[in-house]
Design a binder for this molecule. Structure first.
Ligand code: HEC
Length: 262
């Protein structure tokens, strides 16, 4: 394998001018730092969302982030939490039952409105701008919506940032890594291509997770794949830039036909 002839256009790091090697090194440092901050941000945003360990990113955290917990409208958590002593238990239950059955207008007029008028309007009649106004069906309806996770438009916004950003990062990374001497060649090429496959899987799975929860595994797997190929390229590039001996195949070529200038 290792005596596979080198491609004419291939340049090992040892054949690059010092200025270019310094540029690569500086870029590696900043990209590495950027990746660390990205990881911190990721954990800060997603880990523990589903109520589990806040230091561990779990399958359930991603499901909740992208498709919502499927329960816990604002009115429900208020009635079970801070507002629970404003009204008797059976009234709480009947409001929650109404919410879970779709919060229709007819039952609102008949049963719900009278309860709210009696129990809630002393504070929630709109006179205090800091409190939600419960005076109309439409206002109340907004609070009955289930938690459905990141909305599609948010995902679209984050998608385009991700697609552009990650492509730049992995293009630069892949270009620097392409000077590395790695055999077999198919393995080297796979590492270059892998992050791009992972980006595609990652971003599309955000949307699919909304429809079918197990896609959260794909989001996790793709993220891990991206991280691994980043780490592999980073370490290989840095090591071969400054620490490894020049590969034999490159040395032999230096002795023979290709002149090295500059
Ligand atoms: C004595 C005044 C008072 C009464 C009566 C009252 N609330 Fe509240 N409510 C508050 C205050 C103050 C807040 C904001 C602070 C908080 O969230 O704990 C609040 C917050 C809320 C919220 C917002 C929670 C969120 O997601 O931001 C909802 C929903 C709510 N109340 C519903 C109700 C319902 C339904 C009733 C009647 C059963 C009710 N409240 C009765 C004072 C009141």
């Amino acid at each position: 394998m290792s005596d596979l002839p080198l491609h004419r256009g291939y340049r090992h790091y040892s054949e690059l001018p010092l200025s270019q090697r310094i540029l690569y090194t500086a870029t590696l440092f900043i990209l590495g730092l950027g990746y660390l901050f990205a990881l911190i941000y990721l954990f800060h945003t997603y880990a523990g969302r589903a109520g589990g360990n806040p230091m561990m990113l779990s399958y359930q955290d991603l499901v909740v982030a992208y498709s919502g917990s499927g329960k816990g409208s604002r009115i429900e958590s208020a009635l079970r939490g801070p507002m629970s002593n404003m009204l008797p238990r059976d009234e709480i239950d009947s409001i929650i039952a109404w919410v879970q059955q779709g919060a229709d207008r007819a039952k609102y007029e008949k049963d719900i409105k009278p309860t709210l008028d009696k129990r809630c309007m002393s504070c929630h009649d709109g006179s205090n701008p800091h409190l939600v106004n419960l005076g109309s069906y439409d206002n109340l309806k907004k609070l009955t919506e289930q938690d459905t996770g990141a909305n599609v438009f948010t995902l679209v916004r984050v998608s385009h940032i991700h697609l552009f950003g990650l492509t730049f990062i992995f293009f630069i990374m892949g270009l620097m890594y392409s000077h590395a001497y790695v055999r077999p060649v198919w393995f080297k090429c796979t590492i270059v291509a892998l992050p791009f496959v992972a980006i595609t899987l990652d971003v599309s799975s955000w949307y699919f997770t909304k429809l079918y929860h197990p896609f959260a595994w794909v989001v996790m797997g793709a993220g891990a794949l991206m991280g691994l190929s980043f780490a592999f390229m980073w370490v290989t590039t840095m090591y071969q830039l400054w620490f490894a001996a020049t590969p034999l195949a490159v040395n032999h070529r230096k002795d023979s036909d290709i002149p090295i200038i500059g």
